[in-house]
Every structure is written in structure tokens, then in C-alpha cells.
Design a protein around this ligand. Structure first.
Ligand code: UD1
Length: 420
């Protein structure tokens, strides 16, 4: 078993490069199914989740080359066979595997896969995905832990999402691009990663308008071609490094930040008193300040992202006062609170809210990464804590942070991975 050990107390300095967004790359790789050509993803993040979606496509017959030297991924989807089923253990490993449903139905009119898994942060149903695909004419069968979809050819329709689900918006968008006629998604998710996917689809020859707003219009086309795409930067990774600077009272430069995408995070960090100056995609973070308490409610974009909630909890545990975090997106996303408390934080959970009384300092402890962002939050606490923090279940962290120990080490942190 691997563990990450962080010895707290070091100031950070220098600069760090942000990788491409995992949450852009996963749907984009799924969308490459739509063309039956060769597609290339440039500057792809070399992450466990990315390898899993590549394995899913390979198990369908795609041929994939991952070049870890230049971070390019070449995906040839010519030989995908809709009669194949991706291995159940792969799909259960990661919820985003479900993103192949829309493209497979759209290109082949058939798909069967195991019901998805993913981070343990709530029930995470797939009803909105299935409702959307059914509206486009797919017949959906559920049973024995599997979902199967069939359609002669999908037919465009108007779909109103009860909640702006990121994955459902992506799945329906990918299904709509080869459907007959027009598909309109109302109350669509507006995340920057949705816009990135739409840009990729449009480069392939699709006609998608309005991505990044709550109303997406798709005019179906009869075929798409393979293209080369460089995804957007990871706004959650950037936000995590900004908090690393603040928790260690350091000044660092973060390269690869789109100010527009990160606005909801910047607004809260600025309320906390942290000064961040963004020029030409470089965010200089001035963290040598006393953290002010803030209240946060996680919301779909452009609200405050649930994927930054755990890291904010880490930060606010050192603030000068009381903060309240309300989690509205996932119903079970406070598991990190009890781990952060092991390090001396004062946090009380009441339903969907967490009340955080800032403490003077944290102390190192043995803790467990309960999910991906929880793991990042514990590393952040470790950087600020007195003595050593030992984090187990680090495979969660590897799902979403490229070279996290290497990047933090290059900033001057004392962090290493051990095998026990
Ligand atoms: C994506 C992100 C994840 C992020 C989340 C919310 C990827 C690969 N993952 O996940 O990092 O935390 O958005 O920003 O992009 N829901 C339903 N029915 C559905 C679908 C979702 O009720 O059919 C609910 C979920 O249970 C959850 C909420 O909607 O409570 C948000 O989920 P969704 O936006 O779909 O998240 P994901 O696409 O799974």
C-alpha cells in the first residue's frame, strides 16, 4: 500500500505548471468514439482516470497510444465494435466511464455497460442521462447491474434537465450530434469543460451552439471526423495550489490559469483576504495573510465548485473566525471533515452544512483520503501542520492530480510517497 507523508512547516516558493483538466479530457476521449477516425489529445493529463477511460475504449476495440514523453494520446476508433461490452470492473472503477453511452448510441445505435462507480460522495444516480437519451428515442433496459441502450437512429428532441448535471449534459450533447434533426438541452450544465467538449465536437464537424450557457442547441449531422485538440487547463488543480500557497503563507506563481474559468474560486479566496494577480495565464498568489472566515455554498457553475469544497474546508480550518460551508451538489461530501478534525481542526457537521471554527494550528496525524478532493485537502493540511502527516488510500489522489508530490516538492514542500 502506498502512503503520502507530508512534513509540514515549509514555505513554498517558485512556480508550478497546471495540467489539462481531467473533467474535460474524459468526455473528449469518450467523444472520439463518434468519428471512427484517428483523434489526438495534446497535453493530456497522465492520470489514473484518463487511463481508465482509455482502457474502456480499448476494451471496445479502439487502438490507443499514450505518449508519456509529450503527453499526447492518439485514439483510433475505427475498429470499435458495438457488440463488445467494456469490462465491468473498469466501468465500476470510474463513473465517467458512463460517458461512452451517448457516443456509442449515437454512432452504433447500441451500447451495453455495467452501472458506473466513482468517488464515494453520494448516491450519484444516472436518471438524467437515461431520461435524456430516452427522449432522443433510445430504448433503455436496466437489469442485473447493467444498462443497455438501443436505437435505430437517435432523433433530436427538446430536453429539460431537472438539475444541470455535468455528465448528463455531456452524454446528451454527444448523443445529439449524430441524431436526426435538432436537440435542445434546457437547464444544461454551464461548466467550462462543457464548452471545451462542444469546441472539440464542433472541430469534428458537429453543430453545437450555446455550450457554456443553460441552453444548448445541437443540429445533428451525418458524420464526424477525427481531430487534434488541446484541452483547457484544470481550474480545480489551480485552485488547490492557490490554497497551498495560502495555507503555508507563501507566494507562488501558478502557470495555466484561465481567469474566466476560475472566477467563482477567486471570489471566495479574495473574500478570505488572499490576493491573486492573474496576467497572461499566470496567477501570482500572495498567501502571507491571516485567513478571514467566509460562508460558502457549493453550486453548479458559475457557482462555487463542489470539487473545491474539501480544499476550502482545509483552508478555513485555519481562519480567524467561524465559517459555514453548505454542500448542495452532493449529499455525502463531508467525509474529509472527520479526517481534518484528526489534525486538530474544529468542524461540526449538521446535515448539508459544516461549521468551521478556525484554530491556531494543525498537527500531523495518520489520516485517510476518503475521495479524490478529500485527499488533496489532507495534503494541504499536512503542508501547514506541525510534524508529519501520513495519508493512506492515496490512489484517490492519483485519479485527479498529476505528479502532486513532484509539483509540491519543486515548490519546496517536504512530501514523499512510501510503500508500506
Ligand atoms: C462531474 C465532475 C465531478 C464534479 C461534478 C459536479 C466529471 C468527470 N466529473 O461529475 O468532478 O464533482 O460534475 O460539478 O466531469 N445527478 C442526478 N441524476 C443524474 C446525474 C446527476 O441526480 O442522472 C445528481 C448527482 O447525484 C449529483 C448532482 O446531480 O448530486 C451533480 O452530478 P453531476 O453534475 O452529474 O456530476 P458528474 O457529471 O458525475
Amino acid at each position: 500500500m502506498e502512503k503520502i507523508i507530508v512534513k509540514g512547516g515549509n514555505k513554498l516558493k517558485g512556480e508550478v505548471n497546471i495540467s489539462s483538466a481531467k473533467n474535460s479530457v474524459l468526455p473528449i476521449i469518450a467523444a472520439s468514439i463518434l468519428s471512427g477516425d484517428l483523434s489526438v489529445i495534446e497535453n493530456a493529463p497522465m492520470l489514473e482516470d484518463v487511463f481508465v477511460i482509455c482502457d474502456v475504449l480499448e476494451s471496445l476495440g479502439a487502438s490507443i497510444k499514450i505518449n508519456k514523453e509529450n503527453n499526447n494520446i492518439s485514439i483510433d476508433t475505427k475498429d470499435i465494435n458495438s457488440k463488445e461490452e467494456p469490462k465491468a470492473d473498469l466501468v465500476r472503477k470510474m463513473r465517467a466511464s458512463f460517458l461512452i453511452m451517448g457516443p456509442m448510441l449515437s454512432r452504433f445505435g447500441r451500447v451495453k455497460l455495467s452501472l458506473p462507480g466513482g468517488c464515494n460522495i453520494g448516491s450519484r444516480p444516472i436518471d438524467l442521462h437515461l431520461k435524456g437519451l430516452s427522449s432522443l428515442g433510445a430504448q433503455i433496459y436496466l437489469g442485473h447491474g447493467y444498462v443497455e441502450g438501443k436505437a435505430d437512429r437517435l432523433i433530436g428532441n427538446k430536453i429539460y434537465l431537472d438539475f444541470p448535471s455535468v455528465g448528463a449534459t455531456e452524454n446528451i450533447m454527444m448523443a445529439g450530434v449524430l441524431a436526426k434533426g435538432e436537440t435542445v438541452i434546457e437547464n444544461a450544465a454551464e461548466e467550462p469543460e462543457i464548452k471545451d467538449l462542444a469546441n472539440y465536437l464542433n472541430d469534428m464537424g458537429a453543430i453545437v451552439e450555446g455550450a457554456g450557457t443553460g441552453r444548448i442547441r445541437i443540429k445533428g449531422v451525418s458524420e464526424l471526423k477525427g481531430v487534434t485538440h488541446k484541452p483547457i487547463y484544470d481550474r480545480i488543480e489551480a485552485g488547490t495550489y492557490m490554497i497551498a500557497a495560502a495555507m503555508t503563507r507563501s507566494k507562488i506563481k501558478i502557470n495555466g490559469v484561465d481567469e474566466e474559468h476560475i472566477k467563482p474560486i477567486l471570489a471566495k479566496l479574495s473574500e478570505c483576504g488572499i490576493n491573486i494577480d492573474i496576467k497572461n495565464g499566470i496567477a501570482t498568489t500572495y498567501g502571507d495573510v491571516d485567513i478571514k472566515p467566509v460562508d460558502i455554498k457549493t453550486m453548479p457553475y458559475p457557482g462555487f465548485p463542489t470539487d473545491m469544497q474539501a480544499q476550502m474546508m482545509a483552508l478555513l480550518s485555519l481562519s480567524k473566525g467561524t465559517s459555514i460551508i453548505t454542500e448542495t451538489v452532493f449529499e455525502n461530501r463531508f467525509m474529509h471533515a472527520s479526517e481534518i478534525k484528526r489534525m486538530g481542526a474544529n468542524i461540526k457537521i449538521d446535515g448539508r452544512s459544516a461549521v468551521i471554527e478556525g484554530v491556531k494550528g494543525l498537527t500531523g496525524a495518520e489520516v485517510r483520503a476518503t475521495d479524490l478532493r478529500a485527499g488533496a485537502a489532507l495534503i494541504l493540511c499536512g503542508l501547514a501542520a506541525e510534524c508529519n502527516t501520513q495519508i493512506s488510500d492515496v490512489y484517490h489522489i492519483d485519479r485527479g492530480y498529476v505528479d502532486i508530490e513532484k509539483k509540491l516538492k519543486s515548490l519546496g514542500a517536504c512530501i514523499e510517497r512510501i510503500n508500506v
